[in-house]
Design a protein around this ligand. Sequence first.
Ligand SMILES: Cc1cc2nc3c(=O)[nH]c(=O)nc-3n(C[C@H](O)[C@H](O)[C@H](O)COP(=O)(O)O)c2cc1C
Length: 152
Amino acid sequence: METLNMLNSRKAIREYSGQITDEQLHKILVAANAGPVGMGNYDDYRLTVIQDSSILSKLNGIYDAPTVIVVSAKNPSHMEYISSGAIVHNMELAAEDQGIGANYNMACISSIPEGIIPEFFKPIFAITLGQTTDKFTDRKIPMDKIKTNIIK
Ligand SMILES: Cc1cc2nc3c(=O)[nH]c(=O)nc-3n(C[C@H](O)[C@H](O)[C@H](O)COP(=O)(O)O)c2cc1C
């Protein structure tokens, strides 16, 4: 998909019709690794891919998604929170470029069971993923969705 079209057609998908393939997951993980993180400290972050239904069933607010990827960080502060957003956003775009349904998710973070996230890392932000029957078409985004001052 052409990049600007894709940005306009991106949308939260909360209904999933099946599991993503390993190949699709691979592309999403490559996109996560392509994401920017503050100071380039990639080792301060971890990705945890959850596809085990017994764990997924314990997560709040994931809309029965068959895959959840959690970004966690060591001693998170502003920079780690912002970087996690960038990582998740890259994954979201890589998902939707492949026609996969995806959505940002904070709702599940506090319900992640003990022992899932690597030791010393704190879960920050997640993405829910799954096949979708929804189509991604240009949403004609209005310019004033986010009020803007232009100072020249
Ligand atoms: C930081 C952040 C946290 C979010 N957390 C959730 C969430 O927990 N559950 C959910 O259904 N959507 C969540 N969303 C998705 C937003 O609700 C959604 O992106 C917004 O309503 C705009 O809709 P759109 O993505 O379709 O343009 C989150 C989005 C962001 C950026």
